[in-house]
Design a protein around this ligand. Structure first.
Ligand SMILES: [Zn+2]
Length: 267
């Protein structure tokens, strides 16, 4: 069924026609809550002869990186002389030998707590998961990066529209992104790098966001009316995700890529 949904997503929005959405085997390494599938939202073909250096984000793993870059786990471990099962360290630089492409990987888990999706901007011009994790720790969030996903903007060595799945998502923990209306507990927090009071998000960021939100909304049966900007949450006193976030266009795009059944309220 989900595979059919993926096709609908691709056919529903011509702007995403050159992007792929695959379903890949489950992660073997994931804790308590089993990843039932993973999906890729954005694909960029890379020249075959290229070697890429990848800076490891918090809780990134060899299997996930192998999926992202279309290489085998063995190729990755051998190129970097990693011991079997060796945990990667945030900030560690890895050589990706001859990556076939880059894909955004979205692990999906069985969990009925996710009833809303809340969208944020980081309010900073540049960012990546490793940096936002540090900033949030300095702000007093013991578990670091408060969002579940971060959509990069091409700064600090990350790609424009690159998706980073944060540790809170991998662990299926509550977020630290929106206290109002108890949203930390029941919503998926997505942060986009940028200050959208100053400028709009990039087209690549919006493409990733639309595909990610549609995929999560369909999987967790979250109705479109429960996809909110931070400032739209009752009780939230903020202008996040910024005055220039194109909310109407985002909602229209979402309607195009989400099948009608998923627009209905939860029963
Ligand atoms: Zn926010």
């Amino acid at each position: 069924m989900l595979k059919g949904t993926a096709l609908l997503l691709l056919q529903g929005c011509s702007g995403l026609a050159n992007r792929t959405l695959d379903y890949l085997p489950p992660h073997a390494h994931l804790p308590s809550r089993r990843a039932i599938e993973t999906a890729a939202a954005v694909q960029t073909d890379l020249p075959k002869e290229t070697c890429v250096t990848h800076e490891v984000a918090p809780m990134e793993t060899v299997p996930r990186l192998a999926q992202m870059y279309g290489v085998t786990e063995r190729e990755l471990t051998e190129a970097n002389r990693l011991k079997p099962g060796e945990a990667l360290q945030p900030g560690q630089k890895l050589i990706i030998p001859h990556p076939a492409r880059y894909k955004n990987i979205v692990p999906v888990y069985e969990n009925d707590r996710w009833q809303y999706i809340v969208i944020h901007h980081t309010a900073g011009k540049t960012g990546k998961a490793l940096l936002v994790d540090r900033i949030h720790r300095e702000r007093g969030f013991d578990e670091g990066l408060g969002y579940h996903f971060l959509v990069d903007n091409g700064s600090l060595g990350k790609g424009d529209g690159q998706l980073e799945a944060a540790p809170r998502w991998i662990r299926q923990d509550e977020g630290a992104h929106c206290k109002a209306s108890n949203m930390n507990v029941r919503s998926i927090g997505i942060g986009l790098v940028g200050n959208f009071n100053d400028q709009k998000p990039s087209a690549a960021q919006m493409n990733t966001l639309i595909q990610l939100v549609a995929l999560l909304a369909i999987h967790y049966q979250i109705p479109a009316c429960n996809v909110l900007g931070h400032c739209m949450v009752p009780g939230a006193k903020t202008d996040c995700p910024g005055h220039r976030f194109p909310w109407q266009r985002f909602q229209l795009s979402l309607q195009q890529v989400m099948p009608a059944s998923s627009m209905l309220a939860r029963s």
